[in-house]
Design a protein around this ligand. Structure first.
Ligand code: GAL
Length: 948
C-alpha cells in the first residue's frame, strides 16, 4: 500500500529539500544510539532550593532555562558522588524497621542526578533524543535548566526530544533529574533511582520515530503475512520525501521478504508508510523453538541524486498463532499448551532493581529449567532487554500494565507499553490490571473498557486480560470487556465461573502463594522460618501441589501463574520485621532453587526425567528418628535406598509427589526413578562432616569486557571428602581484583540484615552468591577470593575477554559558565559600570547568554551584567574569568572594581585573574564597538578556580 505521489509533488519536495540542504541544516550522519549510563553525579536526598522571593528571582525562575536549585545548569554539584547507571539507591541503604515492610524496610526518599555532555557542531540539525528506560518512581528531567519531562511511573520508558534545548560545540549541556521515590506504585520492593539504562539517540531530522516500526505477523487464509507500518517523523524545517525499505531475514540470516514504500512528511509532522509482505512457510516461534525473524527498516532520502540512507532501525519478531478456547484452554500454533506460568517481580539479591541483563538471562534460564513456559511480569512493564530475552529464550509473556486508570497520563503509559512490545512473539496476553478494588463495579468496567480499547487500537491481535478476583461474579465487572478472564486465587470458584459462563476463556492469572524458606525443613513461626515440605499455603492460596492439581485437572483453565517464581525484596508476608523479603518464591532471591522448584519441575517438565530427593541428609543427633523424605519426580514410581538398602518404594502421585518416613542414619540417601522395573534416573543426598574448604562456582567461565556483562558466583563449602555442607552458615569475606568488580551479594535468607553491597556474606543453609561485573574496556583475569575462619579459602579466576563496547556519550566536567546576562541598550557615551538596575525592571535592559553578537549601531557602547559564583570553591573565590571571545574594546568590573580590560577592538579572547571573594559577585562588562562594526561577548564566558 505504498503511498502514491505525483510527479509534481516530488519535484516541489525536491526543491524544498535542496533549499533545506543549502541552508546547512540537514545532516548525513545516520543513527547513533549512545549509552548515557556512565559519568553521573548523584545526591542522596532532596536538594531544597531557598524560597524564591523578590521580583528578579521570581521572574527568572519562570523562564525557559531559569530552573532554580539543583535543576539549574549552574548548580554547584562538585561534592556529589560519581556513579554509573543503572543505579538503585534503595538497595544500598541498610534495613530499618521504621521503613515500609512492603518496600523491604529500606529508605527510598528523594534523590538527584546530574550529567554533563557536549554535542559536536556536526550534530546541529539532527534530531537529538534523550531516553530513560525506567526511573523509580516519579521524576522530572531538566536539560539546560528547562523542564523537559515529568513522569509518574517507575516502570515506563520515555523518549524526550531535546533538540530545541541543546547547545553544540564547546558548550557543555547539563541534564538534571529529580527522583521522588517517596512515591509508591506497588506493595513490593520498587527500588529508587535511575535503575534502567539511559540513552542519547541522534538521528537525521527526518527519521523513524522511537518504537515507530511495527511488524507483527498474522495468518490469513492459511498464508503468513507481515503487515508493516513505519512511522516517520520530521523535526526539520521543510517538508521531505523519503523511501522506506524493508528487509526481512529469517533465523539463518537469509532474506525472506522485502519491499519499499514512499512517505512524505511535512515539517514537525509524522507520516506512516504501510506495506504488507508475504512470508512463505516461516519457522514458527514457540517456547521450545523460539525462531526469530529480523525486520529491518531503512529510510532513504528520496530525490534524483544518489540514494542516501538517513536512518535505519530493526526489530525481532516471530510467527505464531494464539487462541484461547473456553473449554480447552490455550493453543499455540494450533496445539494445546497448558500454561506453566510464574509471576515475578524485577529485583534480585545484591543489585535490587538494577539488574544486569546477564543476570536476567540467568534468572529466565532458571525458570525454563523449572519447566516454566510463561511469565507474568507482575505488575508492571520490565526493561526492554528483558523482553528481548523472553523472545530469544522462548517464554510467553503476560505483559502487565501498572496503573488502572483511563485518564490521559495513564493511557499514555499503557500505549507506550503496547507500542514498545507489540511486535514481540513472546507477548501473548496484555494484562491491564491486577486485583483492582473497582473490578466488580460499573466504574471498574468503564475504566477497563477504555483501556482495552486503547490496547486494541494499537494491537488488535492479542487478547487482553486482567487479574480479577471475586469481581468475576459481580453483575457488572471488568472481565466482561476483556477477552480472557484472568482469575487470581479463588480456586474454589473456578468451576462455578465456568458453569455460569461456559463461553468465556479463563486462565489463572495468579495462584498458589505458598511459603517456604530455602533449605529449612521445619516451620518455626517464632523464628520466622517456614519449612519446605510444601505444607505452608497462605490463607488465600494453595500449596504448590494442590494449586497445580486444581488447574491441571481443569482443561478449561488455560494454565497457572504461580505466585511467585522468585523471592523478592519486601512483602515479607506472613511476617514483618525482622523478615525483609518474601517467602513465596519457588526460587530464592539469589536464584537458588527451593523445594517448590523441584516439585514444579516434576509437574511441568515432560521431556526428561526429574528426580529430586528432599531434604538434605545432615541430621546428626537424630539417629534412628524418622525424617520425612519427599521425592519430587515425574516418574511413575520411586524407590528409596539408604546406604544401598531399599527403605521404601511407592507410586508417585503426579500432583502430590511421594513421601516416606525414614529413620535417620548417616550416609547416602538415594532416590531411584522407575517406570516398571526400568530405571529412569536417580538423585542422592549424603551426610557431610564439618566444612573444611570454600568452593566458588561461577555461572560461566568468561565475561565480556564491556562493563555490562555480569555473572553470579555460587559460594558454598565442602567437607574433607568434598561433600557439600548444606547446613553451614560460615561468614565469608570476598576480595576482587582485576578486570571487574563485585556489584552485590546475597544468600536468600529473608531474615538476613546483612548489606547487599559489602564484600562479605554469611552462607545461608550452605549457600551465598556474589555478583561480578566486568569493567568497561576490561580485559584479562578477574579474580574472586573467598575466605572464612577455620576453612581453606577459595580462589576463582574468570577470563574477561576484550569485547565491543556499547558506544557511549563521553562525560565531561561541569563548566562554570557565567549566564543569565542583562544587556544595556546601546549608548553614545561610556555607561557607568556601577549603574544600578532596579530589581523589578525587566525591560530597560535586555537579556541574553553569550555568544552575543550585536549588529553595528550608531551608539558604540553597551554594558553587559551577570551574577557569577565560583563552583567547587576551595580557594576563597580566587581563580580566573575567561572570555572565549570579545568583539570590541572592553572593561571588566567585578563588584564595582575594575579587574581587567581589552584594548584592541578586534575579536579576541581575554582572561582576567579573579581575586578572593565569596558568594555571588556582580560582573559588568563594558564593550565599545568600532564604528560600523559588530560587537559583543561573542564567545562563552566562564570561571575557573585557581589550582589548590
Ligand atoms: C496478590 C498480589 C501479589 C502478591 C500476592 C501475595 O494479591 O497480586 O502482588 O501481593 O498477593 O500472595
Amino acid at each position: 500500500m505504498a503511498r502514491a505521489t505525483s510527479l509534481f509533488h516530488w519535484l516541489s519536495a525536491l526543491l524544498l529539500l535542496t533549499l533545506a540542504l543549502s541552508a546547512g541544516t540537514a545532516q548525513a550522519n545516520g543513527r547513533e544510539r549512545l549509552s548515557l549510563d556512565a559519568g553521573w553525579l548523584f545526591h542522596a536526598g532532596d536538594v531544597k532550593t531557598p524560597p524564591i522571593k523578590g521580583h528578579g528571582a521570581s521572574y527568572h525562575q519562570a523562564k525557559a532555562g531559569g530552573a532554580a536549585g539543583a535543576a539549574s545548569p549552574e548548580f554547584d554539584d562538585s561534592g556529589w558522588r560519581r556513579l554509573d547507571l543503572p543505579h538503585d539507591w534503595a538497595i544500598e541503604n541498610p534495613l530499618d524497621r521504621n521503613e515500609n515492610a512492603s518496600q523491604g524496610y529500606r529508605a527510598r526518599g528523594f534523590g538527584w542526578y546530574r550529567r554533563y555532555l557536549q554535542l559536536p557542531e556536526s550534530d546541529r540539525g539532527r534530531h537529538i533524543e534523550l531516553q530513560f528506560d525506567g526511573i523509580a518512581t516519579h521524576s522530572t528531567v531538566w536539560v539546560n535548566g528547562i523542564a523537559v519531562n515529568r513522569n509518574f511511573s517507575g516502570y515506563n520508558g520515555r523518549a524526550i526530544d531535546i533538540t530545541p534545548y541543546v547547545r553544540y560545540g564547546e558548550d557543555v549541556n547539563s541534564i538534571a533529574v529529580r527522583v521522588d521515590a517517596e512515591a509508591q506504585e506497588g506493595w513490593w520492593y520498587e527500588g529508587a533511582g535511575i535503575y534502567r539504562h539511559a540513552w542519547l539517540v541522534k538521528r537525521d531530522s527526518l527519521h523513524i520515530a522511537t518504537d515507530g516500526l511495527h511488524a507483527n505477523p498474522v495468518q490469513r487464509n492459511g498464508r503468513w503475512l507481515l503487515p508493516v507500518e513505519v512511522q516517520v517523523q520530521n523535526t526539520g524545517e521543510a517538508l521531505r520525501d523519503a523511501v522506506v525499505e524493508l528487509r526481512v531475514t529469517g533465523p539463518d540470516g537469509a532474506a525472506v521478504a522485502q519491499g519499499s514504500a514512499r512517505v512524505r512528511v511535512a515539517a514537525l509532522d509524522n507520516a506512516t508508510a504501510k506495506l504488507e509482505l508475504a512470508v512463505q512457510a516461516p519457522k514458527l516461534w514457540s517456547p521450545s523453538s523460539p525462531h526469530l525473524y529480523q525486520v529491518k527498516a531503512t529510510l532513504h532520502q528520496a530525490g534524483n541524486g544518489p540514494v542516501r540512507e538517513i536512518d535505519a532501525t530493526s526489530l525481532k519478531t516471530g510467527f505464531r498463532t494464539l487462541r484461547f478456547d473456553a473449554d480447552k484452554g490455550f493453543f499455540l500454533n494450533g496445539e494445546a499448551m497448558k500454561l506453566h506460568g510464574v509471576c515475578i517481580h524485577q529485583d534480585h539479591a545484591g543489585v535490587g532493581v538494577a539488574v544486569p541483563t546477564a543476570i536476567w538471562e540467568f534468572r529466565l534460564r532458571r525458570l525454563k529449567e523449572m519447566g516454566v513456559n510463561a511469565v507474568r511480569f507482575s505488575h508492571n512493564a520490565v526493561a526492554p532487554e528483558v523482553m528481548d530475552l523472553t523472545d530469544r529464550l522462548g517464554l510467553l509473556v503476560m505483559n502487565e500494565n501498572r496503573n488502572f486508570n483511563a485518564s490521559p497520563d495513564y493511557i499514555a503509559q499503557l500505549e507506550w507499553l503496547v507500542r514498545r512490545d507489540r511486535n514481540r512473539p513472546s507477548v501473548f496476553l496484555w494484562s491491564i490490571f491486577n486485583e483492582e478494588p473497582l473490578q466488580g463495579s460499573e466504574q471498574g468496567r468503564e475504566i477497563a473498557r477504555r483501556m482495552v480499547a486503547a490496547v486494541k487500537k494499537l494491537d488488535p491481535t492479542r487478547p487482553v486480560t486482567g487479574g480479577m478476583h471475586d469481581g468475576i461474579f459481580a453483575e457488572r465487572n471488568a472481565s466482561q470487556v476483556m477477552d480472557v478472564v484472568g482469575i487470581n486465587y479463588q480456586a474454589g470458584g473456578y468451576d462455578r465461573y465456568h458453569r455460569e459462563h461456559p463461553n468465556r476463556a479463563v486462565t489463572s492469572t495468579e495462584d498458589t502463594a505458598a511459603y517456604m524458606t530455602r533449605g529449612e525443613w521445619k516451620s518455626d513461626r517464632k523464628a520466622q522460618v517456614l519449612g519446605s515440605y510444601d505444607d505452608e499455603p497462605s490463607s488465600w492460596g494453595q500449596t504448590h501441589r494442590d494449586g497445580w492439581r486444581r488447574i491441571g485437572e481443569r482443561p478449561f483453565i488455560a494454565g497457572s501463574f504461580v505466585w511467585s517464581g522468585f523471592d523478592y525484596h519486601g512483602e515479607p508476608t506472613p511476617f514483618e520485621w525482622p523478615s525483609a523479603s518474601t517467602f513465596f518464591g519457588a526460587i530464592d532471591l539469589c536464584g537458588f532453587p527451593k523445594a517448590a522448584f523441584y516439585i514444579r519441575q516434576a509437574h511441568w517438565v515432560k521431556d526428561r526425567t526429574i528426580i529430586k530427593v528432599l531434604p538434605h541428609w545432615n541430621w546428626a543427633g537424630s539417629e534412628g528418628k524418622p525424617v520425612k523424605v519427599m521425592v519430587a519426580s515425574n516418574a511413575p514410581r520411586v524407590r528409596l535406598l539408604l546406604n544401598g538398602q531399599a527403605v521404601g518404594e511407592r507410586d508417585v502421585d503426579r500432583y502430590d509427589m511421594v513421601s516416606f518416613d525414614v529413620p535417620f542414619a548417616a550416609g547416602k540417601l538415594e532416590a531411584v526413578a522407575l517406570d516398571g522395573t526400568r530405571e529412569l534416573g536417580r538423585d542422592a543426598v549424603e551426610t557431610s562432616g564439618e566444612p573444611t574448604r570454600l568452593v566458588l562456582t561461577p555461572d560461566r567461565q568468561a565475561l565480556a569486557g564491556d562493563g555490562r556483562d555480569a555473572l553470579p558466583v555460587t559460594v558454598s563449602a565442602v567437607d574433607a571428602q568434598g561433600r557439600p555442607v548444606p547446613t553451614t552458615d560460615l561468614h565469608v569475606k570476598f576480595e576482587v581484583t582485576g578486570a571487574g568488580s563485585l556489584i552485590g551479594v546475597g544468600n536468600g535468607d529473608p531474615n538476613s540484615h546483612e548489606s547487599s553491597k559489602a564484600p562479605e556474606r554469611a552462607l545461608f543453609n550452605g549457600l551465598a552468591q556474589v555478583i561480578l561485573q566486568s569493567r568497561r574496556d576490561g580485559k584479562g583475569p578477574l579474580t574472586l577470593r573467598a575466605s572464612a575462619p577455620g576453612v581453606q579459602a577459595a580462589e576463582l579466576v574468570l577470563d574477561v575477554q576484550a569485547a565491543a563496547q556499547v558506544p557511549a556519550v563521553a562525560a565531561v566536567e561541569a563548566v562554570n559558565r557565567v549566564s543569565g546576562w542583562r544587556i544595556s541598550p546601546p549608548k553614545a557615551e561610556r555607561p557607568d559600570p556601577n549603574q544600578v538596575l532596579a530589581e523589578n525592571d525587566m525591560n530597560s535592559w535586555g537579556w541574553g547568554d553569550p555568544p552575543i553578537k550585536q549588529v553595528a549601531d550608531a551608539n558604540a557602547w553597551r554594558a553587559y551584567r551577570a551574577s557569577m559564583r565560583l563552583r567547587a570553591d576551595r580557594n576563597d573565590g580566587r581563580g580566573r574569568l575567561v572570555f572565549g571571545e570579545i568583539t570590541g574594546q572592553a572593561e571588566i568590573w567585578v563588584d564595582g572594581v575594575k579587574i581587567g580590560e581589552k584594548m584592541s577592538p578586534a575579536a579576541a579572547p581575554l582572561t582576567v585573574p579573579l581575586a578572593a571573594g565569596s558568594g555571588w559577585r556582580t560582573l559588568t562588562v563594558l564593550v565599545r564597538a568600532q564604528p560600523g562594526q559588530p560587537s559583543g561577548l561573542t564567545g562563552r564566558v566562564w570561571m575557573e578556580a585557581a589550582p589548590r
